[in-house]
Design a protein around this ligand. Structure first.
Ligand SMILES: NC(=O)c1ccc[n+]([C@@H]2O[C@H](COP(=O)([O-])OP(=O)(O)OC[C@H]3O[C@@H](n4cnc5c(N)ncnc54)[C@H](OP(=O)(O)O)[C@@H]3O)[C@@H](O)[C@H]2O)c1
Length: 326
């Protein structure tokens, strides 16, 4: 039976991946931070409670595993300072890679992000598009990915990298703010809404990870994984409003003052360790073009997304409704 460690297995993507691996009969161990001593609310066979920055604990979690999928990142922390972001995203990743090499792990799938390409100018962008990280999270995710590649070159550790497109689906509360504001007719477009957005349905991304865990052609390669369709942000907002059965939002405010306000909030909150109510990364939702080709994953891995953009919006709204979140 294949033994798989999923770091960050209690996060949004992690829970879905763990459930899938479990349904495939794999033996799954999760690395999660916090206190406790059982799998609790996820489908793992066992949990190692550890901070990814703790090298010895990571080593213990990796020991005995055939495959490691590394998902931990400070993704949801807009208020991270440089030390925390670097420690979790870069040092934490290297703790996982070194432990995997030491214990002879057969395949490591490292989770990067399309954010390493930042605001893309070439539409659609692909894996060869120049890196253009636009914030601390993207910058440290890129540093991590580059260190992973250097380590792969030096040691021959069989690594594959997934760069997921923006995730959507049951369990996610990041997109919830957008859905909720549209539902309650409080959504105001920041700027013209004329940048591209490309959501990826969670099950499709999980499928991409599963392929990278097993496909011989995945080693030494990075893959952009997600749905096929990208739309202008203003069209996405209309599609969500249609699904929710409310009129499409029509109000807009200019981008520049909001960017300035976000910068100010960060400057005041981050040194005090407070999560800023608005930060530049959140505003980048309205600024950055995200439109990507998944051609490489289709060609090499045989990856095909099953869920359309419309499906992703429908299934996500249904989950929000069922959970009473809207
Ligand atoms: N969601 C997206 O749209 C998206 C898009 C592209 C790439 N990604 C990448 O996908 C991966 C998973 O994202 P996600 O959406 O599932 O995020 P998530 O829900 O925040 O999951 C990340 C997990 O990492 C854990 N973690 C954070 N810092 C840790 C530390 N120091 N030690 C141990 N665990 C720690 C978090 O635990 P806590 O709950 O305790 O913080 C959380 O369970 C990340 O690598 C992210 O960069 C996500």
């Amino acid at each position: 039976m294949t033994r798989v460690l999923v770091t960050g297995g209690k996060g949004f993507l992690g829970r879905h991946l763990v459930a899938k691996l479990n349904s495939q009969g794999k033996q799954v161990r999760v690395l999660a931070r916090g206190a406790g001593n059982g799998p609790r609310d996820c489908d793992a066979d066992s949990v190692v409670w550890a901070d990814i920055r703790d090298r010895d604990a990571v080593d213990r979690a990796v020991e005995g595993m055939d495959v490691v999928v590394h998902l931990v990142s400070n993704f949801r922390r807009g208020g991270s300072d440089r030390k925390e972001a670097y420690g979790i995203n870069v040092d934490g990743t290297m703790n996982v890679m070194r432990a995997a090499a030491r214990h002879g792990v057969q395949r490591v799938v490292h989770c990067s992000t399309i954010g390493v390409h930042g605001n893309v100018l070439e539409i659609p962008a692909n894996e060869e598009t120049p890196y253009n990280p636009g914030d601390l999270y993207q910058e440290t995710k890129l540093q991590a990915e580059q260190k992973v590649w250097a380590f792969h070159e030096q040691t021959g550790l069989p690594v594959s990298v997934v760069r997921p497109i923006s995730l959507m689906g049951p369990g996610d509360v990041r997109m919830l703010k957008l859905f909720r504001m549209i539902q309650h007719r409080r959504f105001v477009m920041v700027g013209g809404g004329d940048v591209y957005f490309q959501p990826a349905y969670i099950d499709d991304v999980v499928h991409g990870f599963c392929l990278c865990m097993e496909h011989p052609g995945a080693v030494g390669q990075a893959f952009i994984i997600g749905g096929q369709e990208y739309v202008l942000l203003r069209d996405l907002v209309h599609m969500i409003a249609d699904e929710l059965g409310v009129p499409a939002p029509k109000y807009r405010i200019p981008l520049r003052p909001v960017v300035m306000l976000a910068g100010l909030c960060e400057a005041m909150c981050v040194p005090l360790g407070i999560e800023p109510p608005i930060h530049r990364r959140r505003v980048s939702f309205f600024q950055n073009n995200r439109a990507f080709s998944i051609h490489k994953a289709q060609k090499i891995l045989g990856f095909e997304p099953e869920f359309s953009l419309q499906d992703a919006i429908r299934l996500t709204s249904q989950w929000y409704r069922n959970e009473g979140l809207l």
